[in-house]
Write a protein that binds this ligand. Structure first.
Ligand code: ZN
Length: 211
């Protein structure tokens, strides 16, 4: 079993680390893929970032949980604790050991990173027994499936296909034709398909040239 970071997640994590002078920490959502744990989303916690130790602020964790529950997010996937050591090396400090010991749930994964882009991860098992074991980290350079699914859904909801079927009479017969690409200035998000079709049809009736 290893911890997989998609390139998008790894980049976001390195940007959080880059933007914070010292330590910074947060949680993450994960999914199980083929026996590995894949990070799907990172959450930055409200915190007082110091140069040294990062404690997991229980108040900030509770606030994040409430926020996610309000948005209908399954907090059962919130199984990652990530933090950065800033410019220092990646290792498990006594504070980190203590924090890992406090992680509840059947299992959790912790990862520590730094400004040099090093990673160190461990699995924290609580059931059926307590176990803490180091796990490998791998960065997936393939297209992020979570990002791809989000983009596909957004495109499907917002982007209309620029091909329209119109009807016209040609030698007394009703013919269907494809208008082709519609210039972008014709397309307005407020228009429904039908309205747009009517407009295209009207242009044809008026003898205006097609697209
Ligand atoms: Zn640490």
């Amino acid at each position: 079993m290893k911890l997989i970071l998609s390139k998008g997640v790894a980049e976001k994590l390195s940007l959080y680390v880059a933007e914070c002078p010292g330590e910074v920490s947060g949680l993450g959502e994960v999914e199980l893929v083929g026996g590995d744990v894949r990070v799907t989303k990172l959450h930055l916690l409200k915190q007082v970032a110091t140069q040294a130790a990062t404690d997991l602020d229980q108040g900030a964790v509770a606030e994040l949980m409430c926020d996610l529950l309000r948005k209908g997010v399954d907090t059962g996937n919130l199984r990652l604790w990530w933090h950065s050591h800033g410019g220092m090396d990646t290792f498990w400090s006594t504070t980190d050991d203590k924090t890992c010991g406090m992680l509840s749930g059947a299992w959790m994964v912790a990862v520590v990173t730094n400004k040099q882009g090093k990673f160190l991860a461990r699995m924290e098992l609580r059931e059926p027994f307590n176990l803490s074991a180091e796990v490998g980290v791998s960065i997936d350079r393939e297209t992020d499936p979570t990002l791809l699914a989000e983009v596909k859904a957004e495109v499907a909801a917002k982007v209309r296909k620029p091909v329209y079927v119109t009807e016209r009479k040609q030698k007394g017969k009703l013919k269907q034709g494809i208008m082709g690409l519609v210039p972008s200035h014709w397309v307005d998000a407020r228009w429904e398909y039908e309205e747009l079709d009517r407009m295209l049809y009207k242009r044809e009736l008026e003898g205006l040239e097609g697209v």
